[in-house]
Design a protein around this ligand. Structure first.
Ligand SMILES: Cc1cc2nc3c(=O)[nH]c(=O)nc-3n(C[C@H](O)[C@H](O)[C@H](O)COP(=O)(O)OP(=O)(O)OC[C@H]3O[C@@H](n4cnc5c(N)ncnc54)[C@H](O)[C@@H]3O)c2cc1C
Ligand code: FES
Ligand code: FES
Length: 492
């Protein structure tokens, strides 16, 4: 085991031997290093003021990602390259092209959000050439600004690509040298640090993880920390033992296994989106609206499932598709239908010491129709009030032979609507059968009223989503999606 965290902070090699296991990266930057460029707005991953860029080795290349420093733990940076807004200005005092474009386009007023926007744009600049306006908006959806109205910031992003020279960007030019430095840090050792009675581990292999879990079966597993981070910053929890999964490259793979995709638990939402988009454009759209870019970079498919939230977006979609969960305990593995994993509110079929290894996602049969609707108060970067995912199949006579209707936000767990499904089976897909399914929904669900929606609204909207599915299949010319209506409005 190695008892020292090692990562590069710009050009500086940082080594830390003792640290609170859940010290956030933002607190380390601001309170210990006095690097106050990264701001704290919300401390829960919503506003993007704390955005920094982290580089990690991915298949031999350096992959830079924007993440929220407020909910990321410092100790998860082992083997990474950290860049904050302070690194962008050149040693000659000249602003980086991203910063200069923001100045030129008046992209900053009070300035509080500006370092976060700069870092999100910087990550986009490092990774993508000439993004469309839609893509720029997507990349910035995790950054909030109360002053500018966003237009000057989007203009800055466009100006940057018109005038900047990506090929000669000093960070791009320095990348091969940084790959070598990070390679030299990758020793395959489990990282183990303690702070009083609290412990942090970052195993470098699944075997090492299994060994640790046999000793600490109640340890809190941390993947992207986009849920766990809030337990610390908002819930004030202090877990005794934390095991970070981010060094397990084996859990980051996606493989096509013929009838299904096998997606490793640590695959982040950016890569999950690419894989699922191949199966259905509806999955692509769902994942586009999952958090903001920083949350999609950090958050993982395994975390979204294992968290067991009733309003997680992926579980309803994966349940409707008939996905299977792969769990592992030591050398033992088991598989179960994803829908059986969720037992009760925040109670999952996961034994102490067991972890989620992968998800098997069936490809859509050619004769199936698949639909997803996410209803949230804000279009981007908002968790669902209700999410409905539906899969239907017919026989040659147009009679429904398979109906999988899965909802989030309607019960304490993501759940299938068994009575509504029964109302559809053996029927034709039309207004009458849909009305019967809607009438059956109160047998399936007694939703709660909370800050996201009232119980009455939830039940009403759950039925309306089935109606929307029917309209989309029977009257495809009718526009039913906000994105489509916005595009129509933009074109006059
Ligand atoms: C601003 C913001 C916006 C968000 N928007 C959305 C949204 O639109 N839709 C949505 O569904 N969610 C959203 N979330 C919630 C969160 O991003 C997701 O649930 C995410 O997928 C969690 O993944 P993670 O890797 O960050 O999990 P973590 O926070 O690291 O872990 C979550 C839970 O899963 C457990 N866990 C993680 N990996 C494993 C594993 N391999 N085996 C066993 N247990 C494991 C952890 O112990 C913990 O209990 C949002 C969060 C934030 C902060
Ligand atoms: S401070 Fe708001 S996202 Fe981090
Ligand atoms: S410039 Fe004031 S919040 Fe964005």
């Amino acid at each position: 085991m190695r008892e020292r965290l090692r990562f590069y902070f710009g050009e500086e090699l940082i080594e830390i031997a003792s640290c609170d296991p859940t010290l956030t990266l933002l607190d380390w930057l601001r309170l210990e290093r006095r690097r106050t460029g990264s701001k704290e707005g919300c401390a829960e991953g919503d506003c993007g003021a704390c955005t920094v860029v982290i580089g990690r080795l991915d298949g031999g290349r350096l992959r830079y990602e924007a993440i929220n420093a407020c909910i990321r733990f410092l100790l998860t940076l082992d083997g990474c390259h950290l860049l904050t807004v302070e690194h962008l200005k050149g040693t000659d005092g000249r602003l980086h092209p991203v910063q200069q474009a923001m100045v030129d386009c008046h992209g900053s007023q009070c300035g509080f959000c500006t370092p976060g926007f700069v870092m999100s744009l910087f990550a986009l600049w490092l990774n993508e050439d000439r993004p469309s306006v839609a893509r720029i908006e997507d990349a910035l959806a995790g950054n909030l600004c109360r002053c500018t109205g966003y237009e000057p910031i989007i203009q800055a992003a466009q100006r940057l690509y018109e005038r900047g020279d990506r090929a000669n960007d000093r960070f791009a030019l320095a990348s091969p040298a940084m790959v070598k430095r990070l390679d030299a840090l990758a020793d395959g050792e489990t990282l183990a640090l303690a702070d009083g009675s609290r412990r942090f581990f970052a195993p470098a292999s699944v075997e090492a993880l299994a060994d640790l879990l046999s000793v600490y079966p109640e340890a809190v597993l941390v993947a992207g920390a986009t849920d766990v981070g809030l337990w610390i910053t908002k819930g004030m929890q202090q877990p005794a033992t934390v095991i970070y999964l981010g060094r397990l490259d084996e859990l980051r793979t996606i493989s096509d296994q013929g009838g299904h995709l096998r997606i490793g638990a640590m695959v982040n939402h950016i890569d999950t989106r690419k894989a699922l988009a191949e199966l259905s454009p509806q999955l692509d759209e769902l994942m586009r609206r999952f958090g903001g870019e920083q949350v999609r970079n950090a958050g993982t498919i395994g975390g979204n499932i294992a968290n067991g939230s009733p309003i997680g977006d992926l579980p309803p979609a994966l349940i409707a598709l008939g996905a299977t969960l792969v769990l592992r305990h030591g050398d033992e593995g088991r598989e179960l239908p994803l829908e059986n994993f969720f037992l009760d509110y925040r109670k999952q079929d996961r034994q102490p010491g067991e972890f989620v290894e992968a998800v098997l996602v069936p490809k859509l049969p050619e004769d199936a129709l698949f639909h997803i609707s996410k209803i949230s108060k804000r279009f981007d970067e908002d968790i669902s009030a209700v999410c409905g995912a539906f899969l239907l199949r017919w026989d040659a006579g147009g009679i429904i032979t398979e109906a999988r209707l899965a909802y989030g936000g309607m019960a304490g767990i993501p759940k299938r609507a068994a009575a509504a499904e029964a109302a559809l089976l053996g029927q034709e897909w039309n207004g009458t059968s849909v009305a019967a399914a809607i009438a059956a929904l109160p047998q399936d669900f007694t939703p709660l009223t909370d800050m996201r929606a009232s119980a009455g609204y939830r039940l009403k909207v759950a039925g309306n989503l089935l109606r929307r599915f029917l309209i989309e299949t029977s009257e495809p010319e009718t526009e039913t999606r906000v994105a489509g209506l916005l595009a129509e409005a933009a074109h006059g």
